[in-house]
Write a protein that binds this ligand. Structure first.
Ligand code: CP
Length: 305
C-alpha cells in the first residue's frame, strides 16, 4: 500500500485530491453527518516525542470515521527496549491497518515503511512534517481562495516544517521563501526537490537570510519554534541567532495589508512571534490547527480505503 512519508512522493494532483477530500469531510462534520467508512479499522500511533495536535487530531479523526486508534508511547513498547524497527513493523502489520509514527531520524520511518505491509504515516520526523503542510495548504486555500500565485514566506529555522511547506508549496504552484539564519538553511535535498517540483508549476522557491526583504508583499507569513525537542542544549545560542527572525509588528508591516499569519504550534510568544501578531486579526493559527483534523481524516481515507 501507499505510505505518507514525505510529500516529495506525492503528485500535485494527489495533493489537490487530499485537500478536496478534507474540505468535503469538514463539510460533513459541520453538518453533523455521520460518516464511518473506517468501521473495523485500527490505526496504531507510535510517539517517541510529545504531541498535542497530531495525537488528538488522528485519534479523533479515526473515531469520527468509525475506526479505532491505539496510542503507543515508545517507552511502553519493546521498541524502547531494543526490539528492532523491522520486527515491530512486521508484528504491528499483523494486528492493525495503518501505523502513524512520530520519531527522530527520517531513516527510521523509511525502515518501518519498508518492513510494514500496511500504510505508514509520518507524524513528524527530523526532516519532514507532511500532515502539517497539508493542513497549512487547506487553511491558505480557505482564506485566500487559491494556492497558485500565493506568496508564502516562512521565517525561522529551515527545519522539518519548512521542508514540508516548501515541497507542498512547490507542488501546488505557490511561491515559497524561507528566510533563515546562516547555518539554519533547509537541507539541500529538500531545496532540490522543491525547485524540481516548482519547475512544473511555475512556483518560485527562494532561500534567503534577510527576513525584512523576504516578507515584502507576502500573502502568508509562517513561523515555527526556535528550539524543538532534542535541541535544548543549543537553546541559548538559538535564542540569540534567531532574534532577528522574530515575527513582530515591525516585520509584518512589510507584508500585504491582508496578509495572514500561520504557525504550526506550539507557539512561544515573545520568542519566534510576538503576542500582538499571533493574537491579531491576521492570525488564523487555530483554524489551521483545526484543519489538522480534517486533513488527517482525508489522509486516513486515502490510504486505508
Ligand atoms: N504542529 C504539531 O505537530 O503539533 P503537535 O506537536 O502538538 O502534534
Amino acid at each position: 500500500g501507499k505510505d505518507l512519508l514525505t510529500l516529495i512522493d506525492f503528485s500535485s494532483e494527489e495533493i489537490h485530491d487530499v485537500l478536496a477530500l478534507a474540505a468535503e469531510l469538514k463539510q460533513k462534520q459541520r453538518a453533523g453527518e455521520r460518516y464511518t467508512p473506517l468501521a473495523g479499522k485500527t490505526l496504531a500511533m507510535i510517539f517517541e516525542k510529545p504531541s498535542t495536535r497530531t495525537r488528538v487530531s488522528f485519534e479523533v479523526g479515526m473515531t469520527q470515521l468509525g475506526g479505532h486508534s491505539l496510542y503507543l508511547n515508545s517507552n511502553d513498547l519493546q521498541i524502547g527496549r531494543g526490539e528492532t524497527i523491522a520486527d515491530t513493523a512486521r508484528v504491528l502489520s499483523q494486528y492493525v491497518d495503518a501505523i502513524m509514527i512520530r520519531t527522530f531520524a527520517h531513516s527510521k520511518i523509511e525502515e518501518l515503511a519498508h518492513y510494514a505491509t500496511i500504510p505508514v504515516i509520518n507524524g513528524l520526523t527530523d526532516d519532514d512534517h507532511p500532515c502539517q503542510a497539508l493542513a497549512d495548504l487547506l487553511t491558505i486555500y480557505e482564506l485566500k481562495k487559491k494556492l497558485k500565485g500565493i506568496k508564502l514566506v516562512y521565517v525561522g529555522d529551515g527545519n522539518n516544517v519548512a521542508h514540508s511547506l516548501m515541497i507542498a508549496a512547490a507542488k501546488v504552484g505557490m511561491d515559497c521563501t524561507i528566510a533563515c539564519p546562516i547555518g539554519y538553511e533547509p537541507k539541500e535535498n529538500y531545496v532540490k526537490e522543491a525547485v524540481k517540483a516548482a519547475e512544473q508549476t511555475g512556483a518560485a522557491i527562494t532561500v534567503t537570510h534577510d527576513p525584512s526583504e523576504a516578507v515584502v508583499g507576502a500573502d502568508v507569513i509562517y513561523t515555527d519554534v526556535w528550539t524543538s525537542m532534542g535541541q535544548e542544549q543549543e537553546s541559548e545560542e538559538r535564542l540569540s541567532v534567531f532574534q532577528p527572525f522574530q515575527v513582530n509588528e515591525q516585520l509584518v508591516q512589510k507584508a500585504k495589508d491582508d496578509y495572514i499569519f500561520l504557525h504550526c504550534l506550539p507557539a512561544h510568544r515573545g520568542e519566534e512571534v510576538t503576542a500582538d501578531v499571533i493574537d491579531s486579526a491576521h492570525s488564523f493559527v487555530f483554524q489551521q490547527a483545526g484543519n489538522r483534523l480534517h486533513v488527517q481524516k482525508a489522509i486516513l481515507l486515502s490510504l486505508l480505503v
